[in-house]
Design a binder for this molecule. Structure first.
Ligand code: BG6
Length: 491
């Protein structure tokens, strides 16, 4: 069988008019079209509740992609892309909608291989999975695929239930649990940085590293996603998945091979080694907060409670910081500080590794007061780069030093970075699951954060706040193990 005979010929987007489809999926699919990576026979079906025609949908998609169509050649690509679409008005809970969908899949063709992308609220996952099975769209087993967005479940128990339902109707090979951070260039680059450079690996452990910080700061608020976000909060939306995945890639052992299961085995080992947080220790390990009104880049922004469709007395967290220890030979005693928040001063996602102080105060008698430790900074976005901070002597008669930043951008000036979704959608189409989450990864990540979730679910009266445009609440500083540890906000 040639490879194209294995490729899907239909790609269904459930929740096609939602935020995820608008901001991520459509632009990424368009980029794949532009790169010539979509097979000629692939048709795209936009499934949504809105009372629209295919023409309405095409107008909407054209508007979304407007910025991408700057050259005349792009116009042709756009026309080709739009010609693949068909809009289907449907209700996720209505069996009739699935009958219509089944009839619409590649009509007149013998190819029925389909990708179903669930770009919908997690609360609707089960209904869609069951309805697909009822109409027989979980077959052919080896071919039809289902893509599930994070968070996979709302807590450990619901994740296990969701997984059971999925496995009743689909084989594991058909399931793509997506965490788009794994598609980001820097995250993949981290594997190369660690395992293709012998320079780094000997230092990557408790003997040299003082602590690790993983920050995903966003200046955006919750946009139009209150319905989902107010229920989820930052812990479920970001920390359980994106930040935990970053942690596993920083901390994992080299896998025996660069293949899906070998990589995932190593990641699971890290998650299993994270020291469980006892109920009485939650306060010492995790901080949550919510933004009040403030100012970002000169713009006044409203508080979380004033966002459209958010309950005015909501105590959902928009910021979370947490400390974890990985109890294995490599990392025992090294704190991993994770933090993420909405409405912070700017978008800045990075992994910051702080090294230990030199063992000897050799420069004590010199004008140098104290030597700050070395940092390695891996910036994920907006910039994709790596920096190392090294001390050098300042020229002159006195023994003074300065910090020199060795700065390497991952991109050459003539290169462009793609969004994570391009790579991951292509993997779904081509059937490569290496960068997708295996259930035990999601399950162990839930085990790690479940004690925090449970504790916060009971403590409903109060949540600390931080002004929009700040780096979060002062409470986040109390997580640090020693006085010389501080949050690193900038590269
Ligand atoms: C999503 C979260 O998974 O990731 C959003 O649900 C968040 O709340 C987004 O804004 C961040 O991803 P990116 O790639 O835009 O940085």
């Amino acid at each position: 069988m040639s490879q194209s005979e294995n490729l899907p010929c239909s790609f269904v987007i459930f929740g096609a008019t939602g935020d995820l489809a608008t901001h991520k999926l459509l632009p990424a699919l368009f980029d794949l079209e532009n790169a010539g990576r979509l097979a000629d026979n692939l048709s795209l079906i936009a499934f949504s509740r809105r009372d629209w025609t295919t023409d309405d949908w095409l107008g909407h998609t054209r508007a979304i992609l407007q910025d991408k169509v700057s050259q005349p050649s792009h116009q042709m690509v756009l026309d080709r892309f739009l010609a693949r679409f068909h809009y289907l008005r449907g209700d996720l809970n209505d069996a009739e909608s699935y009958r219509t969908l089944a009839a619409d899949l590649a009509p007149g063709s013998t190819c029925s291989r389909t990708v179903f992308y669930l770009a919908i609220r997690p609360a609707d996952f089960v209904a869609v999975i069951k309805n697909l099975k009822e109409i027989g769209l979980n077959e052919p087993r080896g071919m039809n695929r289902v893509v599930i967005e994070k968070p996979f479940g709302e807590d450990l128990e619901s994740a296990q239930v969701l997984n059971r339902v999925l496995h009743q109707h689909f084989d594991e090979e058909q399931i793509y649990r997506i965490d788009h951070f794994l598609g980001k260039e820097t995250v993949q680059n981290l594997l190369v940085f660690r395992f293709a450079n012998t320079l780094i690996e000997p230092l990557w452990n408790r003997n040299f590293i003082d602590h690790v910080q993983i920050t995903v700061a966003e200046s955006i608020g919750i946009e139009k996603r209150a319905g989902y976000y107010d229920r989820a909060g930052a812990l479920r939306d970001m920390l359980q998945n994106h930040l935990m995945q970053l942690l596993t890639v920083v901390a994992m052992e080299p896998p025996p091979a660069l293949e899906a299961d070998a990589l995932r085995d190593e990641k699971v080992k890290v998650l299993r080694s994270i020291r469980p947080i006892a109920k009485r220790a939650v306060h010492a390990h995790a901080v949550r907060a919510q933004y009040t009104h403030g100012n970002i880049s000169g713009q006044t922004v409203a508080s979380y409670q004033q966002e459209e469709n958010v309950e005015p007395d909501s105590i959902t967290e928009t910021f979370v910081a947490a400390k974890f220890y990985i109890d294995n030979w490599r990392w025992r005693g090294v704190p991993f500080y994770l933090r993420t928040g909405k409405r912070m001063p700017k978008q800045n996602s990075m992994i910051a590794i702080r090294f230990r102080h030199p063992p000897q105060q050799l420069f004590r008698e010199t004008p140098l007061e104290s030597i700050t430790p070395n940092w390695v900074l891996l910036s994920i976005q907006p910039e994709e780069s790596m920096r190392m901070e090294i001390h050098v002597k300042q020229p002159g008669l006195d023994m003074n030093t300065r910090v020199m930043q060795m700065n390497a951008s991952f991109l050459r000036t003539d290169e462009q970075t793609l969004d994570a979704y391009e790579a991951l959608l292509l993997d779904v189409i081509e059937g490569d699951r290496s960068l997708f989450i295996r259930f035990d990864e999601a399950e162990w990540a839930w085990r790690v954060i479940d004690p925090i979730l449970k504790f916060w679910t009971v403590e409903r009266e109060y949540i600390p706040t931080y002004p929009a445009g700040s780096w979060g609440p002062a409470e986040a500083n109390r997580l640090f193990d020693s006085d010389d540890q501080i949050w690193r906000n900038e590269l």
